[in-house]
Design a protein around this ligand. Structure first.
Ligand code: GLV
Ligand code: MG
Length: 360
């Protein structure tokens, strides 16, 4: 364990100073693309206009014989594509794979100044982050980088979940954590065969009525439960405790836009700031879900205005407001301001709704 006084010291001579605060930049959707696919690489500038984060994926979903092409493809994209102020992230191969060392060496030394965040899969504990932290510092020094790269962990092993708090606090580089429901299900030996989402067999059922005791079980309503509630909640707490950002990960059933929206919204309401998008349809869903609704923003702004210095209580529409509600409203209003700064349409919707609510 590094002593607190050294926590913000660079880990290699010549490496940039670590950040003291994780910048909140809109990241409602982390859009995955395969940089080994030339057609996909050509679409990068267009994709960049639609998303907050573009992620060049080098890990799962890229076949073994295309790993090196994917790495080289990402270097080419980072060097040549105009992506404006959209963030560029990558997901490198896992730390036990034969590719990760070259992924990190190549990307940091060749295009480290173009990348914002490195996503590390299958993180098991703080030791994995310490390894990446030190290596990145050495490579940043070699590349002469002025800005430290940030690290994002995927929560997709049972041991990662058991250690999520220490992972979140393992380095000042830690930017955030994503739920990785597919690998996590396998690691936990869950009996599902899907990527994210619920399962009709995981449910609660209303109690039997008196007749049911005689063997009739008709009319007992069932409700499907959320397989990910515990993990997402725990991840959100770990991230909030360390000032970093939590995300839902992938939702694999691209056609099930409704189920996807529900999962994303649950994560948003619990505290997540974004999710992965694997298809253009999911970009639209994430934009909708992870941008607070105009009515909620208008309400939040109204409460903040009515609460003055934030102390005491006021009644608005029969609902008590106090210190704690104004704090919740600030979360919503500040997020809205950050998103509005990047999205003119959203800014107009927020202002129009606010004007209406203030006039009531
Ligand atoms: C993502 O990588 C997952 O395994 O769900
Ligand atoms: Mg995975």
């Amino acid at each position: 364990m590094r002593p607190p006084k050294d926590f913000f010291a660079p880990l290699a001579v010549g490496a940039p100073d670590p950040v003291r605060e994780i910048p909140f930049r809109p990241s409602r959707m982390i859009h995955f693309f395969d940089p080994s696919n030339e057609k996909m690489r050509g679409k990068v500038p267009d994709m960049a206009r639609e998303v907050d984060v573009l992620l060049g994926n080098l890990e799962d979903a890229v076949p073994t014989d295309r790993k090196e092409t994917a790495r080289a493809g990402l270097v080419e994209v980072a060097r040549t594509a105009d992506i404006g102020d959209t963030q560029l992230w990558t997901r490198v191969n896992s730390l036990d794979s034969p590719w990760v060392l070259d992924d990190l060496i190549t990307l940091v030394t060749e295009v480290g100044d173009k990348l914002d965040v490195i996503m590390v899969p299958k993180v098991e504990g703080a030791a994995d982050i310490h390894y990446v932290d030190q290596l990145l510092a050495q490579l940043e020094a070699r590349a002469g980088l002025r800005r430290p790269l940030l690290v994002h962990a995927i929560l997709e092993t049972a041991s990662g979940v058991a250690n999520v708090e220490e992972i979140a606090g393992a380095s000042p580089r830690m930017q955030g954590i994503s739920l990785g429901p597919a690998d996590l299900a396998a690691s936990r030996r869950m009996k599902t065969t899907r990527v994210g989402g619920g399962h009709p067999g995981y449910l609660v059922r209303t109690d039997p009525s008196r007749e049911d005791e005689t063997g009739v079980h008709e009319g007992r309503t069932t409700y499907q439960q959320d397989l990910w509630h515990y993990t997402v909640s725990r991840m959100v707490d770990a991230c909030a405790m360390h000032g970093i950002l939590p995300y839902y990960g992938p939702f694999g059933d691209i056609r099930d836009v409704v189920g996807c929206e529900d999962q994303f919204r649950n994560a948003f309401l619990l505290g997540c700031v974004g999710a992965w998008s694997l298809h253009p349809k999911q970009i639209t869903i994430a934009k909708k879900v992870f941008s607070p609704a105009p009515e909620d923003v208008a309400w939040a702004r109204k409460v903040i205005a009515a609460m003055g210095d934030g102390t005491g209580t006021v009644m608005i529409d029969g609902k008590m407001q106090d210190d704690a509600t104004v704090k919740q409203c600030r979360v919503v209003a500040e997020l809205a301001d950050e998103l509005a700064a990047r999205d003119r349409e959203l800014a107009e919707a927020y202002d129009a709704a606010t004007e209406k609510v203030m006039a009531e």
